[in-house]
Design a protein around this ligand. Structure first.
Ligand SMILES: NC(=O)c1ccc[n+]([C@@H]2O[C@H](COP(=O)([O-])OP(=O)(O)OC[C@H]3O[C@@H](n4cnc5c(N)ncnc54)[C@H](OP(=O)(O)O)[C@@H]3O)[C@@H](O)[C@H]2O)c1
Length: 266
């Protein structure tokens, strides 16, 4: 099912939606669904070739797309990239901070470089992009939406302590920015996916992937992994008119996983 069968097909007409990490997986699904709802979309990530492939697929589907390499860990690059998006597509209406990454490791084995890399991408990068986009929204007196993709770390994140800490930081940042930027008409929310069948899972070791496919669903109340569309529809809801009175919230898209089950055993 496509977003245009779930929502009005012009839900995001005339909107410019930025999706970081939009060259693959959940980010690409968000870009596809937003484009299907009428948005012009901008996607950024580090790997230019994959990004261009994704942009070509989006354009083949009829979307208006800006795509250029972006490293969200570099604040100056975030500013310059946002300026390029605006020159190409017009002022940004919606920022989806989806880019992220981590690696499974017992906390005792995480080296300083690995810890810093995960915090830098998932927490600092989200902040740099949010500030770059919000400054422009505020300067042009245009309202906007920021949607942060986080993770299910509500009961701790054993095996991925670095990303749990970073995502918890983003949830708190979401509330701070929602309150500070409400006066500018900028609504800030987060979406917390559970375990989603996506390209992100391909980066994990074979044993972890096998466990995710076979064991993990048994511990999710709805007894299945999530799909990328499950996440994209939540983003579309928060990006469009249905989300106009929601700010500072985190919407869990996880089949009830936040409340029950030992998905990652200790
Ligand atoms: N799949 C799940 O079960 C799940 C659950 C909870 C949360 N999430 C989160 O959802 C998001 C999307 O995940 P996914 O499963 O679709 O995985 P994915 O395909 O690995 O997506 C991550 C994207 O982020 C981009 N990225 C990473 N570092 C970046 C940087 N420094 N600057 C710009 N872009 C960067 C990657 O592209 P480049 O490598 O080309 O930069 C990639 O396109 C991630 O934040 C992930 O942690 C996923």
């Amino acid at each position: 099912m496509r977003a245009s069968e779930v929502f009005r097909s012009d839900l995001l007409a005339d909107q410019v939606v930025v999706v970081t990490g939009g060259g693959s997986g959940i980010g690409l699904a968000i870009a596809e669904e937003c484009a299907a709802l009428g948005a012009r979309v901008a996607i950024g990530a580090r790997k230019a070739e994959r990004l261009e492939g994704a942009a070509a697929d989006l354009r083949a589907g009829g979307a208006t797309v800006f795509a250029a390499p972006l490293d969200i860990r570099d604040p100056e690059a975030c500013d310059a990239w946002t300026a390029e998006v605006e020159a190409a597509l017009g002022p940004v209406d919606v920022l989806v901070n989806n880019a992220g990454g981590q690696f499974p490791s017992p906390a005792l084995h995480i080296r300083p470089k690995g810890w810093r890399a995960v915090i830098d991408t998932n927490l600092n990068g989200t902040w740099f992009m949010s500030q770059a986009v919000a400054k422009r929204m505020q300067a042009s007196k245009r309202p906007g939406r920021i949607i942060n993709i986080v993770a299910n770390m509500w009961r701790g994140f054993p095996g991925m302590a670095h990303t749990g800490a970073a995502r918890a930081g983003v949830v708190n940042l979401t509330k701070s920015l929602a309150l500070e930027w409400a006066r500018h008409g900028i609504l800030v929310n987060a979406v917390a996916p559970g375990v989603i069948r996506s390209s992100g899972l391909e980066t994990y070791p074979e044993a972890v992937r096998a466990q995710i496919e076979t064991e993990v669903p048994k511990h999710i109340p709805l007894k299945r992994l999530g799909t990328m569309e499950d996440v994209a529809w939540a983003v579309a809801y928060l990006a469009g008119p249905p989300g106009r009175y929601i700010t500072g919230e985190t919407l869990c898209v996880d089949g009830g996983q936040a409340h029950w089950g030992t998905v990652f055993p200790v």
